[in-house]
Design a protein around this ligand. Structure first.
Ligand SMILES: [Zn+2]
Length: 246
């Protein structure tokens, strides 16, 4: 496997996100994938190597891929095919979505398996996602075709930054690793709260649309939170498992 430290800050941020998602138990086996674009047009991006547990991801081992290189899956260090088909065309089609994170985390996936997968605004975290979630209701087995990334990009083309994939999991995009990671973290927390409410069997106390919309706007003004969040995570990892930076 080739190792490189080009795009060092993106590599370190993405490696930190892998390590922390493993700590949060939001990973699954050695599947699921996070990527970050490193060219303006989105065609060049970093992604996790195939078969590597999130806990063992290091900055230098992230693969640097080119969405236009059709021989990518024939490389000796080829990425997981489902990662390639989803992320390559998505980055190329949506260059403004710099970072893409796709996981099958427990609560987001459970929400995606309900007949009504709406993220009802019932607290601050759920309201963060008011009118921001696109739903992909087309699960048809593992997506192993070149069309997948472009199909997902079309679903997310109306300013939506979260895609809840019915019967499957969740995908978030962000303008940076920190932004996408924070989005994914809060989406999982929000889904956990909503499903915990459902488990009581009691009716939800749903916020009025005007309050939900205000809260969503207020979250967007809090962009510094995402940067502070990832910085704190890196500080903890620097003390406890600094190998992510290698
Ligand atoms: Zn998946």
């Amino acid at each position: 496997m080739s190792e490189s430290m080009d795009h060092q800050s993106e590599r370190i941020d993405l490696a930190a996100a892998f390590r922390w998602l493993a700590r949060l138990d939001m990973h699954e086996s050695v599947a699921n994938h996070l990527s970050v674009a490193v060219s303006a047009d989105g065609t060049k991006f970093l992604i996790n190597p195939r078969g590597r547990h999130f806990r063992r991801v290091c900055a230098s081992q992230l693969l640097l891929l080119d969405a236009r290189d059709r021989a990518t899956l024939k490389r000796p260090d080829a990425p997981d095919p489902t990662a390639w088909y989803l992320h390559a065309q998505l980055h190329a089609s949506l260059p403004q979505a710099r970072c893409v994170m796709h996981v099958h985390s427990c609560y987001a996936t459970a929400l995606a398996c309900l007949q009504d997968s709406t993220m009802y605004p019932i607290d601050m975290n759920t309201a963060r996602f008011f009118n921001r979630v696109a739903l992909d209701g087309e699960f048809a087995g593992m997506a192993l075709s070149d069309d997948e990334g472009a199909r997902v990009a079309r679903l997310m083309s109306h300013g939506k930054s979260i895609l809840l994939m019915a019967n499957h999991g969740v995908l978030v995009t962000g303008k940076s690793v920190a932004a996408a990671f924070d989005e994914l973290y809060y989406f999982e927390r929000a889904a956990q709260t909503l499903l915990t409410c459902y488990s009581t069997g009691k009716p939800l106390r749903i916020l009025p649309d005007s309050v939900a919309a205000l809260t969503e706007r207020q979250w967007r003004d809090y962009g510094q939170l995402a940067l502070d969040h990832l910085d704190s995570i890196k500080a903890i990892l620097d003390e406890e498992e600094p190998s992510y930076r290698r």
